[in-house]
Ligand binder design. Structure first.
Ligand code: TYM
Length: 332
């Protein structure tokens, strides 16, 4: 049986990378797979979150999933902290994963920065919780952006070590699903840095909540170089910003990079930026409007999450029981 699990952190500033790298692919996959989509609020608190802002961001991310086209009636949509099994399994995995494995995680190094001693223990153990998210549902496929690849590999290692340690095939090996032109959307200010929620400058990203004027302004100010766009796909060497903008165009238009180059190659940035703005507004405008509509009725969003959590618990509990029995925890 195939089952999908994926999640997004409610840390504010949901951006085009989250949409093109993950959420849009989920919408497509929901017709082929049984899907579980999660707002991973427990991951969010690995770095400080203002409590009221966390609550609001949880509703916002939920609204973005639905506005993008996830059907909450068909798929399971919930927030992580509402299902205790995530924390329960994460603890078991804390005892399965090795410190050496976590020491290799590049995202921890990036997020903790220079002052590593001061990072939260949660930030360090984050990949174990992520493995628990996936394996709590015995998910077989995990659609994510490129940046989550290493965490997925760790989840596979944890699954394998658990099975080997206890001599039972409890967990499947989850496969990453990383596809499309949007798997690595870069910053609008620096074509070599990932577009991220936490980057200081709001001009580095297009947020899913940005209106048409803001999108136009951000694209107008996006870093470029003086030359027109190359006319073939091999001509982007050393032109990271040009590559990124054409890649974003390709992802938004849902064509390959080469097809995008065939469409816009040779154009000066002034003209291309206008075209890119129109495409971005076309794609994000309706999502943005639907998000606003949904967020006007927070009680309905909460009700959707409550129903989703109930369904998630029903899938997770037998897995927790199986894990506890396997480990030897007495369940009186
Ligand atoms: P998060 O919240 O940082 O990002 C959510 C999704 O968006 C993708 N993404 C990008 N894709 C392309 N270009 C970008 N610039 C970009 N930035 C982000 C991410 O790859 C991700 O798919 N650890 C995860 C959340 C998580 C999770 C899980 C995912 C927790 N448990 C279990 C899958 C399965 C994270 O921080 O994603």
């Amino acid at each position: 049986m195939s089952r999908i699990f994926s999640g997004v952190q409610p840390t504010g500033n949901l951006h085009l990378g989250n949409y093109l790298g993950a959420i849009r692919n989920w919408v497509r996959l929901q017709n082929e797979y049984e899907c579980i989509f999660c707002v991973v609020d427990m991951h969010a608190i690995t770095v400080w979150q203002d409590p009221a802002a966390l609550t609001q961001a949880t509703r916002e991310v939920t609204a973005s999933f639905i506005a993008a086209g996830i059907d909450p009636e068909k798929q399971v949509l919930f927030n992580q902290s509402a299902v205790a099994g995530h924390a329960q399994l994460a603890w078991v995995f804390n005892c399965v994963a090795r410190i050496g494995w976590l020491n290799r995680m590049t995202q921890f190094k990036e997020k903790a920065g220079k002052n590593r001693e001061n990072a939260s223990v949660g930030l360090y153990a984050y990949p174990n919780l992520m493995a628990a998210d996936i394996l709590l549902y015995k998910a077989t496929h995990v659609p994510v952006g490129e940046d989550q690849k290493q965490h997925l590999e760790l989840a596979r290692d944890i699954a394998q070590k658990f099975n080997t340690d206890f001599g039972r095939e409890v967990f499947p090996q989850p496969e990453p699903l990383i596809f499309g032109a949007g798997t690595r959307v870069m910053s609008l200010r620096d074509g070599t840095a990932k577009m991220s929620k936490s980057a200081e400058s709001d001009y580095s990203r297009i947020n899913m909540t940005d209106d048409a004027d803001t999108i136009a302004q951000k694209i107008r100010k996006a870093k470029t170089d003086p030359e027109p766009l190359p006319t073939d796909a091999d001509g982007f060497e050393g032109r990271a910003e040009a590559r990124n903008l054409v890649n974003i165009y390709a992802a938004l238009r849902d064509v390959s990079f080469s097809e995008a180059v065939a469409e816009v190659g040779g154009k000066p940035f002034s003209e291309f930026k206008g075209i890119l703005t129109d495409v971005a507004v076309d794609v994000l405008g309706p999502i943005n409007a639907e998000m606003k509509r949904l967020l006007a009725a927070p009680a309905e969003i909460d009700a959707i999450l409550a129903r989703g959590a109930e369904r998630a618990r029903a899938i997770a509990q037998p897995v927790i029981d199986e894990v506890y029995d396997t480990v030897g925890f007495l369940r009186p």
